[in-house]
Design a protein around this ligand. Sequence first.
Ligand SMILES: Cc1cc2nc3c(=O)[nH]c(=O)nc-3n(C[C@H](O)[C@H](O)[C@H](O)COP(=O)(O)OP(=O)(O)OC[C@H]3O[C@@H](n4cnc5c(N)ncnc54)[C@H](O)[C@@H]3O)c2cc1C
Length: 321
Amino acid sequence: MAENAIVVCTWSAGREGLPEGAEEILHIGRGLAGALDKDLNWLVLGPLSPGASALAGQYGVAHLQQIQDPKLDPAGSDACVEAIAAYWAEHNPGTLIVHQTGEARVVAPRVAGRLGKAVVMNGISIEAVDSNYQITASAYGGDTRVIYEVGAGSVLSFIANAAVPEPGDGAPVTAESLAFDRVEERVQVVERATFDGPRLDDAEIIVSGGRGLGSADNYKLIEELAAALGGLPGASRPIVDDGWVDSSHQVGLTGRITRANLYIAVGISGASQHMAGCSAAGTIVAINRDADAAIFQYARYGIQGDALKILPELIRAAGAR
Ligand SMILES: Cc1cc2nc3c(=O)[nH]c(=O)nc-3n(C[C@H](O)[C@H](O)[C@H](O)COP(=O)(O)OP(=O)(O)OC[C@H]3O[C@@H](n4cnc5c(N)ncnc54)[C@H](O)[C@@H]3O)c2cc1C
C-alpha cells in the first residue's frame, strides 16, 4: 500500500492538558515523516487541548485533525477504536503511531485487528528500511530488546521518551465528522484514582533504591541524592513490600513505567521485572557491590562498591555543584 502520511493519534482519556506522551510521539512521528519525506498528521480524538495547535506547529505537523463527539469526551477504548477505524476507512493514510499509555495498550492491538494490520507494542526506536520499518522494542518485561520489521501501514506503539520541539507557527485544525451512533462503550471507567505520589512517569531524573540499602532508614540517602539532583526517588518492589516506602515509588512491571533521562539504580539487582520500568531510560547508572549483578549489563556507568559509602559522596558532590 502506498502510504502518504504518518499519523500520530492521541486522545485525552479524561485528563487535563495535553495528552500523555503527545510530545514524545510527535517527536518520533516527525523523525519518521522527515526521513520518508511524508506528511506528519496528528489525529486528535475528542477535545483539543489548549496548546495542541502550537505543539503541532513545533513538530511540523502538516494536518491537525480532530474528531469531536460526546463519546470521545472522555474517550473510551470502544469509541477510540471505532473513530480510528472510521478515519482509516475514509482516508487510508498510512502508518498509525501512538504513545503507549495505559489506554493505548488496549486500543492499538484492537485497531490493528479491525484494520487487518500488523501491530508492534513497546517500541523504543524506529528506522525506515526501504519500504519497511525496523522497530526496536522492549520484550520479555524489559529483559531484552527485539527488532521487528513490518510494512508501511502498520500500527506502532512506542514507550520512548525523547521530545525535541522546534519553533514553529500553530497548525490549523480540521474537523472530521463521523457517526458514532453504533458505538456502545463496553468498558466503563468507574473511578480514576487520584495520585499523590511522585510523578515518576514524567521525571527526568530518578534515583531508585533497592534491598541493597539494607534498611528503611537508609532510604533517606536515596531521597537526598534525588533532591540534590533535582529528581525523584524510586524503589524496587521488595522495599515497597517491606513497607520502607509507599507503592507510588515502585518502578517496574507492577509499578511505574518510567522514561527518565537519567536513572540511578542503587542496591538493585536488575531483575527483569524491575528493568521493565526503567529500561527506556536515556542513561542508567548502577551502584552495586556485586560485580556480577545483572544491573551492570543495562548500565552505561557502573560503580561497584558499598552504596552506603558511595551515596554520601554523591550527595556531597551533587550539593557542591
Ligand atoms: C510478577 C512479578 C512482578 C514484579 N514486579 C516488580 C516490579 O514492578 N518492580 C521491581 O522492582 N520488582 C518486581 N518484582 C520483583 C523482582 O523479580 C525482584 O525480586 C526485585 O526487583 C529485586 O529487588 P532488589 O533488586 O531491590 O533486591 P535484590 O534482588 O535482593 O538485590 C539487591 C541488590 O543489592 C546489592 N547490594 C546488597 N548490599 C549492597 C550494598 N551495601 N551496596 C550496594 N549494593 C548492594 C546486591 O548485590 C543485589 O544486587 C516482581 C516479581 C514478580 C514475580
